[in-house]
Design a protein around this ligand. Structure first.
Ligand SMILES: Nc1nc2c(ncn2[C@@H]2O[C@H](COP(=O)(O)OP(=O)(O)OP(=O)(O)O)[C@@H](O)[C@H]2O)c(=O)[nH]1
Ligand SMILES: [Mg+2]
Length: 351
């Protein structure tokens, strides 16, 4: 039997961090780990990072997994030899379990579906509850429909007021929830133990006669259309510290005042190592994971960014960025701005 763990949650809520922690534990126990990552385009920082850790990563790209169960089943077929399989849906997924499990369970009969975890960035939720970000709150509601377990992540960043506000929020929803921190391993042991149980979705014995449902189109469209997706991919000969500093500084400078950041992810990779950098709020310090043996050399740089912003502003920011980087030997492989829209139940790219 193979275990399937769905780890969902909004952009930057900590899905990849949580999956990487569990991946390391399971690899240490000699298990074979696979991860299905999902986003609109490639290459993906999350995929590269999880691969570096020793997991087999399969990408489902082009749309949310909640729209493309066939691609999920294909990815599962490629992981027949894996004991433990994680599925990380795109951060703007909706009710992912009800959207895919009725198709996945009859297809992959050797899978045990473990409790579906939906992560919520507790700090972001507290901020949203204070400000008027109803469209994101609507989205988080829909994501929580899938949850067997809600993990209120980033508890280390939350003050007493934040804890109080979010507790009231979840109590009103009559949802089961745990506070903790994927980064600092707070309550992750507890979560790991809970994952030994079975999902309510499996117990429902969903089968072929029950069609996968995809609800709340309007909420989905509204948020997808607002959160633009920016993908940059280039190679550059320079000091990796200079590259990462410049990229974050320029993007922050140009976008901070007129955008809402979902997540900025960056990975710079050479033959000798990598640097991964994440930012989920413009006013926080970037979180950096490093495994670098050499300071200089040629680096492949991947930037994945999701944010609510005017398109012209992104174009300008990218122009300035490449202008400043042009003093180094730089080869731009790909740059794209995607505005995911939903049309007749499918995403279309707006050119
Ligand atoms: N302070 C703090 N930061 C955390 C915690 N968990 C994750 N992070 C940070 O949050 C950022 C986003 O984490 P990811 O794991 O990449 O989030 P994600 O949900 O996979 O993001 P997307 O794939 O873009 O939707 C990273 O900088 C993490 O280091 C936590 O418990 N506390
Ligand atoms: Mg991720």
């Amino acid at each position: 039997m193979r275990n399937l763990y769905i780890i969902g949650g909004f952009l930057g809520s900590g899905k990849t961090t949580m999956i990487s922690k569990f991946t390391k534990r399971l690899l240490d126990k000699g298990k074979k780990v696979g991860v299905i990552v999902n986003d609109f385009s490639t290459p993906l920082v999350d995929e590269r990072y999880l691969t570096q850790l020793g997991a087999q990563a399969e990408q489902v790209s082009g749309e949310c997994v909640c729209h493309t169960t066939a691609a999920v089943n294909e990815a599962l077929d490629k992981m027949k030899d894996k004991n433990e399989i994680f599925l990380e849906p795109i951060g703007t997924h909706l009710d992912v379990a009800s959207a895919i499990l009725p198709d996945v369970i009859p297809h992959a009969v050797d899978l045990v579906v473990r409790p579906v975890v939906i992560l919520v960035d507790g700090k972001r939720l507290s901020e949203i509850l204070k400000k008027d970000k109803a469209y994101i709150l609507d989205f988080i509601f829909q994501q929580l429909q899938s949850a067997d377990i809600i993990f209120v992540n980033k508890a280390d960043l939350m003050n007493t007021d934040d804890i109080k506000d979010t507790t009231e929020f979840f109590e009103k929803k009559k949802a089961q929830f745990i506070f903790g921190s994927a980064l600092n391993d707070e309550n992750t042991d507890e979560l790991f133990e809970l994952l030994e149980g079975k999902s309510k979705w499996e117990e429902k014995k969903v089968g072929k006669d029950e069609q996968a449902i995809f609800t709340h189109y309007e909420t989905y469209v509204k948020l997808q259309a607002r959160m633009k997706w920016v993908n940059l991919y280039f190679s550059i000969k320079a000091d990796h510290k200079i590259i990462t500093d410049k990229i974050v500084r320029i993007l922050k400078e140009k976008l901070k005042s007129d955008s809402y950041l979902g997540h900025l992810k960056m990975m710079v990779i050479s033959k000798e190592g990598y640097v991964k950098l994440n930012l989920t709020r413009w006013d926080e310090e970037p979180q950096i994971t490093e495994k670098v043996y050499l300071d200089k050399g040629e680096w492949k740089v991947i930037v994945n960014m999701r944010l609510k912003v005017d398109e012209n502003l992104i174009d300008k920011a990218i122009e300035v960025l490449f202008d400043e980087l042009s003093i180094y030997e730089i080869d731009i492989i790909n740059k794209e701005v995607i505005i995911p829209l939903l049309k007749w139940g499918k995403f279309v790219r707006q050119e």
